[in-house]
Design a protein around this ligand. Structure first.
Ligand SMILES: Cc1ncc(COP(=O)(O)O)c(C=O)c1O
Length: 360
C-alpha cells in the first residue's frame, strides 16, 4: 500500500509466477511449463546474422513477418493475426478489448474455476466481472455449462491448465453456437502437445466471435523472447490493434520478430521436439501411475498428479525442492492435493522419478 499509488493498484492482487532459480543455482526446473529443448537452430542463424545497426530503428508495429509466418501455418491471412509481447500481454489486451466493464453491463466473463490463474487477475484489474464455472469432478470442462448463459464473454484454456485436460473442437463449436453475440476466447498455449487436436483457429472462418490465443513460450521453446499471438476475424484483430495502439505500439522488438519468424517456419524442428515431449509425457505418466499417483490424461507439456496416500502434495513439493527439483504446488483449497509437473528431458524425468521413489 502506498499513498502515491491509485486505488486500483492499492487494491490489486497480482498474478504470482512460478519461482525462478537464483542466478547460478542448479535445479531441475519443472515448475513453469517451459520447453526443455533449445529453440530451433534457425534461431541461432538469425541471431548470428542480425545486423545490430537495425536496432537504431523502431520495429514494425504489427510484427508483420510474424503475422505472415503464423498465417502460413494456420492457413489464415495477415488480417487474422495479432502479435503481442507474450501471450499474457495478448490476453490482457483481449480482456481490455472484448469483455465489457462490470459497471456497464453487470454481466460476467465465464472462466473455468480451475484454470490459468491470470484470468481472474485480468478480470479484477480491468473491472470485468468474472464468474468461475466449476469443472466436473474429473476436472473436465462441461461445454453445456457455457451454453445459454447471459454473459459478456467466455475464456477457456484448451488444454486447460493446470488440469491438462482437453475439450474437443465439437465442444468448442457447441459453446460458439450458443454464444454468437459475445467473444469466445480459446487459449491454446498448450495445444501443440495435444494428440490429434486441430486448433480452434480452423473455425475462424465460421465464427466471427472466436479469438484463439497462442504462445511461442511452450512448443517453440521461446519463453525468453516474449512473443504470443491471437487469431480471429479481422474485426476482432482490428479491436486488439486499437487497444495495443492505446498502450504500446511496438510490443515486438526487432530481434524477437526475426527469431519468432524463424522458429515458427521451422516446422520439422517444432514437430520433432513436441513429439519428443509427448513421448516423455507418456513415460512419466506411466511411471507416476506405477508409484500410485492419480493423473488426468494429459494433453499438455505437464502432468497434473495427485500423490499416493503416503505423501501429501505440499510435502512432496518441499522435499523435491530440497533435492533441487522444482515442481508447482498451488496452495488453494480445491487443488492443494495435486502437483503440476512440467515435462523435461528424459534424463530430468528419470531423476524426478528416482527422487520421488526415494521419498516414498
Ligand atoms: C494457459 C496459459 N496461457 C498463457 C500463458 C502465458 O504465456 P506467455 O505469456 O509466456 O506467452 C501461460 C503461461 O504459462 C499459460 O499457462
Amino acid at each position: 500500500m502506498s499513498k502515491y499509488w491509485n486505488s486500483k493498484i492499492n487494491s490489486a492482487t497480482p498474478y504470482v509466477a512460478g519461482e525462478q532459480p537464483k542466478p547460478g543455482q542448479k535445479v531441475i526446473k519443472l515448475n513453469t511449463n517451459e520447453n526443455p529443448y533449445p529453440p530451433s537452430p534457425k534461431v541461432r542463424e538469425v541471431l548470428q546474422d542480425f545486423d545490430i545497426s537495425d536496432l537504431r530503428l523502431y520495429p514494425n508495429t504489427g510484427s508483420d513477418i510474424v503475422r505472415d509466418a503464423v498465417a502460413s501455418v494456420y492457413g489464415l491471412s495477415r488480417e487474422n493475426i495479432f502479435v503481442g509481447n507474450g501471450s499474457d500481454e495478448v490476453l490482457a489486451l483481449c480482456w481490455q478489448t472484448f469483455f465489457e466493464k462490470e459497471y456497464n453491463t453487470g454481466k460476467s466473463v465465464l472462466v473455468p474455476d480451475i484454470s490459468y490463474s491470470f484470468y481472474p487477475v485480468f478480470s479484477s484489474f480491468y473491472d470485468v466481472r468474472c464468474e468461475s464455472v466449476p469443472l466436473r469432478e474429473d476436472f473436465f470442462i462441461d461445454p453445456s455449462d457455457y451454453c445459454g448463459r447471459d454473459c459478456c464473454g467466455i475464456a477457456i484454456a484448451n488444454p486447460n491448465a493446470p488440469t491438462a485436460r482437453l475439450i474437443s473442437l465439437d465442444d468448442i463449436r457447441k459453446i460458439l453456437d450458443s454464444n454468437p453475440d459475445v467473444p469466445v476466447l480459446i487459449d491454446e498455449a498448450y495445444a501443440d502437445f495435444a494428440e490429434g487436436y486441430e486448433s480452434a483457429a480452423s473455425l475462424i472462418g465460421e465464427y466471427e466471435n472466436l479469438i484463439v490465443v497462442m504462445t511461442l513460450s511452450k512448443s517453440y521453446s521461446l519463453a525468453g523472447i516474449r512473443m504470443g499471438f491471437a487469431m480471429g476475424s479481422s474485426e476482432l484483430i482490428e479491436g486488439l490493434t486499437m487497444a495495443r495502439d492505446s498502450f504500446n505500439s511496438y510490443p515486438g522488438d526487432r530481434v524477437a520478430q526475426k527469431v519468432a519468424e524463424a522458429a515458427i517456419l521451422d516446422r520439422e524442428y517444432w514437430d520433432r521436439t513436441r513429439k519428443a515431449i509427448i513421448a516423455t509425457r507418456k513415460w512419466t505418466s506411466d511411471e507416476l501411475r506405477k508409484l500410485g499417483f492419480q493423473l488426468t490424461d494429459s494433453q499438455a507439456n505437464f502432468v497434473w498428479a495427485k500423490p499416493p496416500a503416503q505423501i501429501d502434495a505440499q510435502t512432496l513439493y518441499n522435499s523435491l525442492k530440497s533435492k533441487g527439483i522444482l515442481i508447482r504446488y498451488f496452495n488453494k483449497p480445491s487443488i492443494s492435493d495435486h502437483v503440476r509437473i512440467t515435462i523435461g528431458t528424459d534424463d530430468e524425468m528419470k531423476a524426478l522419478i528416482d527422487a520421488i521413489r526415494e521419498e516414498l
